[in-house]
Ligand binder design. Structure first.
Ligand SMILES: CSCCC(=O)C(=O)COP(=O)(O)O
Ligand SMILES: [Mg+2]
Length: 282
């Protein structure tokens, strides 16, 4: 009511000043549209199903880790990094559970046993932090040897570029370790995209379907959660981000899981990043 009174007064002043009403309405419409733009500082992207195809992760990265884990463990078994990972793997709830299914009563924790456990975790796609750390170390060898190149969808480089030019920060939140995230973007099929990314978050901050993880990410980025837009393919992750106050979009890339009718009506769905290239810092 107060707003429309102000509009009438300003319109009258505009007419008195010789500005025609058509121009006045155009200016008013533009300013309303600008005000309706979401206030934004950070674009937070998921990887699998968002920047990168699910098939690259499941058909290239995971098999590479499964094939090379035994050799990696044999070569690094006595290193501190591998000792820490093996220790952490044994402390996961999945380890005792998995071991109880084995016929063998062997107590020895050796490379073959840990190799089998790692392959079991990969097959189940369990987002266990020490597994993710180990996968990152194994993939590092593949990228260094030129055997791996990180897949990104065609629209990703231009969107990263546009967001950065607009003053927005680009950050990543993936279950893949921070080291693995850096590798996929540094060695991407579109060249080095790592230079666009100013922050990385993995499961050390918490799991992706927990609201607290997004609260912690906003704190680490030193922005209110409302100023972050989280792009993901998983509705459960969008639920958690939204509950923390973030804006969200759900990606419907080829091969992504289908959404329920309820999820489709709850979230803004996008096929790629093209429509988001005009996002502005505000
Ligand atoms: C960093 S690339 C490997 C991705 C990965 O290991 C994974 O589990 C995918 O998880 P996301 O959270 O990106 O869906
Ligand atoms: Mg994903």
């Amino acid at each position: 009511m107060r707003c429309s009174m102000i509009t009438v007064v300003v319109a009258a002043a505009a007419v008195a000043a010789g500005i025609d009403l058509l121009t006045f309405h155009f200016v008013l419409f533009k300013s309303t549209m600008t005000a309706a733009q979401p206030s934004l500082n950070v674009v937070l992207v998921d990887i699998e199903g968002t920047t990168t195809s699910i098939s690259f992760v499941h058909d290239v990265l995971f098999p590479y880790a499964k094939e090379n884990v035994q050799q990696y463990l044999q070569e690094t078994w006595n290193s501190d990094a591998t000792k820490d990972i093996v220790q952490d793997l044994q402390q996961t709830p999945q380890f005792a559970e998995w071991r109880s299914t084995l016929n063998s009563s062997m107590d020895t924790i050796d490379e073959p046993l840990i190799t089998d456990f790692v392959r079991y975790l990969i097959d189940k796609d369990l987002k266990v932090t020490p597994l993710k750390t180990l996968q990152g170390l194994i993939w590092a060898r593949g990228y260094a040897a030129g055997q791996l190149k990180g897949h990104v969808y065609e629209d990703v480089p231009a969107a990263f570029e546009a967001w950065r030019n607009a003053g927005l920060r680009v950050a990543v939140y993936s279950s893949g370790s921070v080291a693995a995230q850096k590798l996929i973007f540094h060695h991407s099929i579109a060249g080095d995209l790592l230079r666009h990314i100013s922050a990385h978050f993995d499961t050390h901050v918490g799991h992706k379907q927990q609201t607290e993880s997004y609260t912690k990410i906003a704190e680490a980025l030193q922005v209110p959660p409302e100023k972050v837009i989280f792009l993901t393919d998983v509705a459960g992750e969008a639920d958690a981000a939204r509950a923390a106050g973030m804006q969200t979009r759900i990606l419907q890339r080829p091969g992504n899981a289908a959404l329920s009718e309820d999820q489709k009506s709850t979230y803004q769905l996008i096929e790629d990043f093209t429509s988001l290239q005009t996002l502005q810092l505000s």
